[in-house]
Design a protein around this ligand. Structure first.
Ligand SMILES: Nc1nc2c(ncn2[C@@H]2O[C@H](COP(=O)(O)OP(=O)(O)O)[C@@H](O)[C@H]2O)c(=O)[nH]1
Ligand SMILES: [Mg+2]
Length: 475
């Protein structure tokens, strides 16, 4: 047993050395984290990014491409044996089918390696031949990132904060009434714990569907392979005066601690700690559509996310990272193809304001951050229509029916975003329940059928700028 451990550690040590050597001296690896809450657009983003890096006809804003320095790009077996490979081929097949459809949603971490042969720039160009840069793209749920905040909380604190938040959100009633009828000191029983955990999860799910962002613990919404395990079967519960030894509360507290040490910490140790560059995808239009409470929740959530990237924000994480840190973070508002381009600047301004607030709240000083509006896969075309004697800048596309089938073609006007982001953010912060002088709508469009010319990836909006920000300096 002991011998096995030693041998195991040794081989891993040697493996690491060779890794580091080849990475530093020969073939640099840039690990790009792609995160965002579920349905923010991670899968579509990675699929389209990879397709557009393989066929770069639509990537003029990627400097290395504009300078014709990218010689080839190819997919490689991804280097982490224990992480699922991002299923690029299936996702691309869905998006480029004759009747295209959005890819299935993913529920855990996955990864893929794209390698680029690049000619160096400037002085080195004459001295060095082309070199290979590996981009390891890691897809992970933003929900899991928010769990970092749990590490600093005791079960008591967490219960207090959660029980304060729940009544202000839809869907909490079944859980709260079940909890109300429970004696925290009654003898622990699994069915009771399960019923509490299930109704609590239901509350989180309803809140998420209503547009709320911070629905921690993250694994309750996206359990991955750990569904049903004790560490995922607990719920907030007020502490009794003297907790009984075999009582329900005691076991709930123990499970909360197990969640932190067995679920949250391994994610940060195995995945998060190795990321160099990060993109956080945000469905800002979705939150605006859901109303002021959802937008304010998004603002707080972004601060929570940024906290994970702030050196020193959490003692355990600081020790784990040992000075390593993410160098760049891009906050991207996704699905910008729902807006006519005349409104993109306004969406970006909202994203910038959210990022700035998040930075201030997280007292952030670390990575370089930026905000952008993008569409990983453009599903619409622009159209200007006469309306009440003037003109309305719309987008046109194929609507998606609730059952997932393709509906009719329609022109769509989502509402006018304000020029000044404060016109949305301030009422949201002040607790407004609805938007005063505007109505924001959102539609689901089906992906448009594509006819790609050789060398062209799928159509997008500013995917090349996003790539330039994330890795341009390393190519
Ligand atoms: N119009 C449009 N819709 C998008 C785009 N990206 C994502 N979506 C929509 O958002 C949904 C969720 O995207 P997905 O990538 O699966 O999100 P994930 O859960 O973060 O991986 C998709 O099914 C699409 O309906 C985009 O660029 N344009
Ligand atoms: Mg996904």
């Amino acid at each position: 047993m002991v011998i096995g451990t030693i041998a195991d550690t040794l081989t891993r040590g040697v493996g690491n050395v060779t890794d580091t050597l080849s990475e530093t001296f020969f073939e640099p690896v840039v690990r790009i984290g792609v995160t965002g809450l579920s349905r923010a657009g991670k899968t579509v983003f990675i699929t389209s990014l990879v397709a557009n890096l393989l066929d770069r006809g639509r990537m003029p804003q990627l400097a290395a491409e504009a300078e014709s320095r990218i010689l080839t790009a190819y997919l490689q077996p991804q280097p982490d044996d224990t992480v699922a490979r991002f299923d690029y081929e299936s996702h691309l097949a869905a998006l480029t089918a004759r009747a295209p459809r959005w890819p299935d949603s993913t529920r855990a971490v996955s990864e893929l390696r794209l390698s680029l042969r690049v000619r160096p720039t400037g002085l080195l160009a004459g001295l060095q031949g082309p070199r290979t840069v590996h981009l390891d793209i890691v897809d992970y749920p933003g929900e899991w990132l928010l769990d970092l905040g749990l590490l600093e909380q005791s079960f008591e604190n967490w219960t207090d904060a959660t029980l304060k938040r729940l009544p202000q959100r839809p869907g909490s009633e079944p859980f709260l009434s079940l909890l109300g009828g429970v004696d925290p000191n009654e003898e622990f029983s699994e069915p009771k714990a399960k019923a509490l955990a299930e109704t609590f999860t239901g509350a989180l799910q309803t809140a998420r569907e209503a547009g709320f962002s911070d629905c921690t613990p993250g694994r309750f919404l996206l359990p991955g392979e750990k569904a049903g395990s004790p560490a995922l079967t607990f719920a907030p519960m007020p502490k009794p005066d003297s907790p009984a030894r075999r009582g329900l509360w005691r076991e709930m507290e123990r499970r909360f601690e197990a969640y932190k040490s067995q679920i949250v910490k391994p994610f940060f140790r195995d995945h998060f700690s190795r990321i160099d560059r990060q993109i956080v995808l945000v469905d800002a239009l979705g939150a605006i559509h859901a109303g002021p409470p959802a937008l304010d929740d998004l603002r707080r959530t972004m601060a929570g996310i940024l906290k994970a990237f702030r050196p020193g924000s959490n003692a355990w994480l600081t020790q784990l990272l040992r000075g390593r840190r993410v160098e760049k973070i891009l906050f991207a508002a996704t699905k910008a193809d729902h807006l006519h381009h005349s409104q993109h600047q306004r969406l970006t301004a909202i994203m910038e304001a959210l990022t700035r607030e998040a930075r201030d709240r997280a007292r952030f000083a670390g990575a370089e951050t930026s905000a952008m509006s993008i569409a990983a896969l453009r599903a619409t075309v622009e159209q200007t229509l006469p309306h009440n004697g003037s003109e309305l800048d719309c987008v046109r596309g194929t609507l998606l029916n609730p059952d997932g089938s393709r509906g009719r073609q329609a022109a769509f006007y989502p509402g006018a975003l304000p020029e000044d982001p404060a016109h949305l953010l301030t009422p949201a912060r002040e607790g407004a329940t609805g938007w005063l002088d505007a109505d924001y709508e959102i539609m689901r469009f089906a992906p448009a059928p594509l006819t790609l010319k050789p060398g062209e990836g799928p159509p997008h909006i500013r995917l090349d700028r996003a790539a330039q920000f994330l890795v341009g300096d390393r190519l």
